[in-house]
Design a protein around this ligand. Structure first.
Ligand SMILES: Cc1cc2nc3c(=O)[nH]c(=O)nc-3n(C[C@H](O)[C@H](O)[C@H](O)COP(=O)(O)OP(=O)(O)OC[C@H]3O[C@@H](n4cnc5c(N)ncnc54)[C@H](O)[C@@H]3O)c2cc1C
Length: 306
């Protein structure tokens, strides 16, 4: 982004609008006028909360444990075996993925990259509440700043890795001094345009990450919004954006729910689970992952027929 695009330390208080403009009013007393305000402030969007008060994302019943190890810290024997590969481990009811990513400053040269872990684990609301309670007993809701995660929870997560996943993968998880977790949530917005305000990305629709398309959706939202308001007047362009991206976002959230049902169905009593909820079929899983980009294209194509 060009210099001057980010203004740090500003807290949005409210939004005012009339037929010709929109104004964002900040806690420091400053305000900004414009033709259009885009709320691209993520799954816990402040802008969305202002226009859809009280409507919160639904907890999906699982969390993703995250860890990352710089390439130079991966032991040579494990590097040799894993680093070039996308790794899957399938403990019963869970899904552990690991893969190489650019380094902390986007380095892609060998030796300067990193190995990233995303480990989906069914987690009850009571467990989540416990994870989100800091060492002073303060409960932070459904997420907690990673530095406040209790050392005992971190130690437990590492012991779980050692017990449940392949030793090479567990070793990488354990070497990260600070694994953390993200709760997985769903949100379907009943509306993403409010006069001269539009929601975009996770602020508009929060899909479970399984389709692997969250950032693609952000880009398609942005492209659709830009194209719609460039080719039509603002009101008609925003109505088009609402119609097209409303359908696409809803389709992606539903797909994420289907893809993640194996994880969340683990909370059901055993007798209520379908056979396919008992264990992953490895070939099905690999097929699903291979077919992801086509799946997203199908959802996009369907949304364009609305
Ligand atoms: C475990 C996990 C795995 C995922 N894997 C994938 C994947 O493989 N592929 C993929 O495409 N997607 C994946 N996603 C989804 C992807 O991360 C999101 O869809 C994407 O980051 C959403 O982008 P965004 O810009 O809408 O929101 P965010 O990335 O959340 O960005 C919102 C920004 O707004 C800022 N902000 C929030 N509130 C305010 C405020 N009040 N004032 C100012 N700034 C504010 C935040 O600090 C943040 O920088 C994954 C998500 C999770 C949780």
């Amino acid at each position: 982004m060009p210099a001057g695009s980010y203004h740090l330390g500003k807290s949005l208080l409210r939004v005012e609008q009339d037929a010709g403009s929109v104004t964002a009013i900040f806690a420091d007393g400053t305000h900004e006028h414009g033709d259009l305000l885009i709320g691209a402030d993520g799954g816990r969007s402040t802008v969305r909360e202002l226009f859809l008060p009280g409507q919160q994302p639904d907890y999906a019943g699982c969390v993703a444990w995250r860890a990352m190890l710089d390439e130079r810290d991966v032991p040579p024997a494990i590097h040799e075996e894993l680093f070039a590969h996308f790794t899957y481990c399938l403990p019963p009811g869970e899904l552990f993925l690991a893969y190489p990513v650019p380094g902390r400053n986007n380095e892609t040269q060998p030796g300067q990259r990193a190995y990233n872990i995303v480990w989906y684990r069914p987690t009850t609301p009571a467990q989540l509440a416990d994870f989100c309670t800091d060492a002073n007993g303060k409960q932070h809701g459904t997420s907690i700043p990673p530095p406040l995660l209790r050392p005992a929870i971190i130690a437990w997560s590492k012991a779980q890795a050692r017990a449940l996943v392949a030793p090479q993968a567990a070793e990488i998880f354990e070497r990260d001094p600070r694994p953390f977790f993200q709760g997985i949530f769903d949100f379907i917005s009943p509306q993403i345009v409010f006069g001269r305000v539009a929601l975009l990305g996770d602020a508009a629709f929060l899909a479970r990450p399984h389709p692997g398309a969250g950032t693609t959706k952000c880009a398609i939202d942005a492209e659709c919004l830009a194209d719609s308001i460039a080719s039509l007047d603002l009101d008609a362009g925003l109505a088009k954006y609402q119609r097209l991206q409303g359908a696409f976002g809803t389709g992606l959230v539903r797909q994420g729910q289907r893809d993640g049902s194996y994880l969340t169905d683990q909370h059901k009593p055993r007798e209520q689970r379908r056979n396919k909820d008992m264990s992953w079929d490895v070939d099905d899983l690999m097929g699903d992952h291979d077919g992801r980009s086509m799946q997203v294209k199908r959802i996009l194509d369907e949304s364009r027929r609305v």
